[in-house]
Design a binder for this molecule. Structure first.
Ligand code: SAH
Length: 332
């Protein structure tokens, strides 16, 4: 069977009825064949939990008054990146809420300083205007992550008050056309999300030509309007991720932190079901705990050095290697 045979009904079959272990093995074979055994590590810096948006699922939504808010200074941010580079990370990911205090000029200054460390730089700072995306790219940012979250427009608009699905989609196209490596993805197990819409999501991600796919379970946060919802399961998320691998054999796919938050071996299971990237948290001190998108987040009391060696051991224990170099999308 080639990936061309995966139409919507075949995807739904794999999401629901097919034996999970066979699906995971197939995705693992596709991964080995297309991108090999290397697991690329990205150092994730969560630099601000201040956000202008009010997404119903997210623990750092504007409306959550229980969060102690923080914003790193430029110096802290660059120092954190330096320490991550010293640990050996060749990709740094900057993630935050939509904190407009990091305006174009400030973001560009930070990007330029981090790029002097000779690393690949990924941004995950949400929706900005074209001029910002362009300026960040010119300042040296290489990659951009922005999950579409769901392609079910009605569901998106219910979950993201004041936001527009069409605008997010346009942001993804702008990012891609500016020459960034484009990462997108979805949450699985959102309230009211159908299996059909997850199949549509996967076909959408393939259609827009992403370079990286982040897929994780939705985990209800107690201080949000979705506190009482069921949330996604690890199996649903792993199945979705495995199908993504079969649909797009050579892209980068992280074993997501949310998977490990549902199961102590979640990321290892993901690495054996299609994933080839891990993004250890290199945020320091209290900030780790305060960047709480969902409850049960792993490693909140650990240090970057600990996370780095811990995940390295886990990766080697399943016979995989740590990727050398920047680990960009192979097709590029
Ligand atoms: N502000 C940036 C970064 C968002 S945080 C942006 O909008 O792109 C990164 C991702 O965490 C989100 O895209 C979302 O998919 C995920 N996330 C947020 N809340 C979550 C929850 N409760 N459970 C699981 N994942 C969540």
């Amino acid at each position: 069977m080639t990936n061309d045979t995966l139409d919507k009904s075949a995807i739904i079959e794999l999401l629901t009825a097919a034996p999970a272990d066979e699906l995971y093995r197939r995705a693992d074979d596709v991964r080995r064949e297309a991108v090999g055994d290397a697991v690329h590590l990205r150092g994730l810096i969560e630099f601000s939990n201040i956000c202008r948006n009010d997404c119903l699922y997210c623990g750092i939504r504007r409306g959550n008054r229980q969060v102690q808010r923080y914003r790193m200074t430029d110096e802290e941010l660059v120092e954190t990146a330096k320490r991550a580079a010293a640990l050996g990370f060749q990709t740094i990911v900057l993630q935050s809420g939509e904190d407009m205090h990091f305006d174009q000029a400030r973001m560009c200054r930070v990007i330029e300083q981090i790029k002097r460390l000779d690393v690949a730089l990924t941004l995950s700072v949400g929706e900005r205007d074209y001029e910002d995306f362009k300026a960040f790219r010119e300042a040296g940012a290489d990659r951009y992550l922005m999950r579409i979250e769901t392609t079910d427009r009605d569901l998106y608009h219910r979950l993201n008050p004041g936001m527009s699905w069409e605008h997010r989609h346009e942001c993804l196209l702008m990012i891609r056309d500016l020459g960034y490596e484009l990462g997108s993805g979805i949450m699985v197990g959102l309230p009211g999300q159908s299996v059909e819409s997850i199949a549509d999501d996967l076909l959408y991600l393939k259609d827009i030509g992403i370079d990286m796919a982040g897929i994780g379970p939705f985990i209800p946060h107690p201080e949000t309007p979705l506190a009482g919802e069921a949330g996604g399961t690890l199996e649903q998320a792993l199945r979705t991720m495995a199908i993504m691998r079969i649909l797009m054999p050579d892209i980068n796919i992280p074993a997501t932190t949310a998977m490990e938050s549902l199961h102590p071996q979640g990321r290892i299971m993901a690495l054996q079901a299609g994933a080839n990237v891990v993004m250890p948290n290199v945020t320091e001190g209290e900030y780790r705990r305060l960047y709480e998108l969902y409850p049960g987040k792993i490693c909140v009391n650990d240090t970057p050095a600990h996370c780095c060696s811990c995940i390295g051991l886990k990766i080697r224990s399943i016979g995989r290697t740590i990727g050398q170099g920047r680990g960009g999308h192979m097709k590029r």
